[in-house]
Design a binder for this molecule. Structure first.
Ligand code: BDR
Ligand code: CA
Length: 319
């Protein structure tokens, strides 16, 4: 049986890849949108364009929060362009939005769909707000598989990853909620790059969706090459979905993850307590006194080839 899920996103090139993978491999009950890579109006428009070009218009889209809980709003035009999805030419969308607000949508599905997973791949504002509005939500959600944070360094700042940095207070609420969390962070997602060879494989599939995806990845990869010297666009968000589909793509370790809310240079950092793992000869595994109990499982290793096999197979199923 496919795991039931909602993808909460801010499309964004890699968010689109998460939707395409999730729509085929999960029992995808809906897409909720949040500000992030671009304004909420724009990310919602991008989600609607995605379900239209992929012929997924039966998946409801509910619009969520337009700004973070506390901090000032930030977007990522330097990575995703002014629209949040620059690159391919897409038709203006006509598919209607769900009438409910994203937070009501999440609460409604969590209380009616057994074993629902939340897959947030943008700032955690919608999830944190749903938790405030319905404190019983943790009893109904099976698991959160999120793309965000890092076991090592950040991208928006030396310490912080974009999704967490966009709304650290919301991330703190989510990581304190008691819902089982699997965190797929930059330390693994940056290892899966849409290199020119991978983009050529995608284009070769030959269907319309793959052509659009290849155009998206060309734009996104060029931006990440210029910004960070990466060999191709990082497949951040689809990896959070992949983790739910194939347990052999990512390896996780339990850890306590605290969100830094005060640091001058570290605001939005995911402070992962990995001391028990032992990373060098001087600090062997298990040789450390106990810290806070784990509140998350953090991805520590990724099988990139296995991810690409899955992703290419899924793309071939689209029109
Ligand atoms: C995350 O930030 C966004 O730009 C991507 O869509 C991804 O969710 C990576 O830091
Ligand atoms: Ca995203």
């Amino acid at each position: 049986m496919k795991p039931s899920a909602i993808i909460d996103c801010d499309p964004g090139h890699d968010d689109v890849m998460a939707i395409l993978l999730g729509a085929r491999m999960l029992d995808l009950r809906g897409i909720t949108t949040v500000f992030g890579n671009a304004s909420l109006a724009q990310t919602t428009r991008n989600a609607r364009q995605t379900v239209e070009f992929a012929e997924l218009t039966d998946i409801p889209i509910a619009m969520g929060l337009a700004q973070p809980l506390v901090r000032d709003i930030r977007h990522a035009p330097e990575v995703h362009g002014e629209t949040g999805l620059d690159g391919p030419r897409l038709e203006p969308p006509s598919v209607p939005l769900a009438e409910e607000h994203a937070t009501d949508f999440i609460i409604g599905k969590a209380t009616t769909v057994p074993d629902l997973h939340l897959v947030p791949v943008g700032p955690l504002t919608n999830i944190a707000t749903a938790l405030h509005r319905d404190p019983t939500l943790p009893e109904h959600v099976k698991q959160i598989r999120l793309m965000g944070g890092s076991l090592t360094f950040g991208n928006s700042t030396p310490a912080a990853e974009f999704n967490i940095w966009c709304d650290p207070e919301a991330a703190h609420v989510v990581f304190s909620s008691g819902i089982p969390i699997k965190m797929v962070g930059l330390n693994v997602t940056r290892q899966v790059a849409a290199t020119p060879e991978r983009r050529a494989q995608i284009r070769k599939i030959g269907n319309r969706a793959s052509g659009i995806v290849a155009d998206m990845l060309d734009f996104y990869s060029e931006r990440l090459r210029a910004l960070f010297g990466l060999p191709g666009g990082s497949m951040h968000d689809p990896l959070a979905v992949a983790a739910l589909v194939d347990p052999d793509i990512l390896r996780f370790e339990p850890m306590h993850v605290a969100i830094e809310l005060r640091g001058t240079h570290t605001y939005g950092m995911t402070v992962c307590d990995a001391r028990h793992l032992g990373t060098d000869d001087a600090m062997p595994a298990g040789g450390v006194h106990r810290g806070e109990p784990p509140n998350a499982e953090v991805a520590v290793d990724v099988n990139a080839d296995r991810f690409w096999e899955l992703f290419l197979d899924v793309l071939a199923t689209y029109p």
